[in-house]
Design a protein around this ligand. Sequence first.
Ligand SMILES: C[S@@+](CC[C@H](N)C(=O)[O-])C[C@H]1O[C@@H](n2cnc3c(N)ncnc32)[C@H](O)[C@@H]1O
Length: 286
Amino acid sequence: MQDDTKEWNPGRADFWVQFYDDEDGHLREKEQQHKKSRELAEGGSLMDHYEWFMEYPLYEKKLLAFLPQVPTARTTEKPMRWLHVGCGNSDFCDQVEGLLSDQLSVSASPPAEVLNVDICENIITHLARRFPWRLYAVGNCCDLHVTARSASLSQERPAGEEPWFVLDNTLHVQMVRQSAVDVVFDKGTADALLSAFAGEFNPNMEAYVGEMLKVLRPGGAMFVISINSEEVVNPYFLSAQDGDKSFQLVFTDVVELGAGGLRHLRVETLGSRYSCYGYTVVLPAD
Ligand SMILES: C[S@@+](CC[C@H](N)C(=O)[O-])C[C@H]1O[C@@H](n2cnc3c(N)ncnc32)[C@H](O)[C@@H]1O
């Protein structure tokens, strides 16, 4: 991951380390400033839960409209593998089971495994202790150590039976298997990367999109919620290539926030209009 030397911005890892700092980071400061508010008192610490842009109910319908177009979402026998990339302390992972079993009739049990990955060790360590039933990992989405299956492993056991990621004992990503993920979910992570190198080609965004294409299987998909326009985001996706795999834009929609959504203390809103982009992973014959 390259630093934009011109300024300190959300495209840099140290920005986020400060943001989540348990002593005097942005979330702790916000908590202090609003400690008397009923919303914070009832909802618990911002360190445990904080959302960028909006809470889940505001974008649920968009995901529901997109997922039936994803070929791997129609396979119901095995748990779907989801990567929530740049997860921060969003609770999106807790929504996936309901989304798949109630709304899309995925019958596998559990319907999904959601791996939450973020570059910030401080927030991941905190959340892994606080929510031991969730899957958390420290990793850089621009380099997830993606590894292809070895020929000997392919002969030994079917692809579904091998681990699709390996972590060390401090939760750092050691490996994510190539073409093993069904869905990547991104709310605000591409935007963080795009904050650097303003108006220029962004090497981190290029590396990120390339890495997501590597981990996704053909027929898999990536759902992105972003403040950036299609003109900014799309060129990175449409130029990515991993062997024969490429991304195809199949879904766009917009979420407009009302006054209530904009005032929510547990949410960081940067404006009232957000785009949803849905990409599927295709092979040349598709
Ligand atoms: C705008 S926040 C979004 C957090 C969460 N997805 C949400 O919706 O609330 C961006 C997140 O991306 C993480 N991030 C930034 N650069 C990253 C990178 N290179 N690899 C992994 N995570 C990164 C930050 O630490 C931060 O948690």
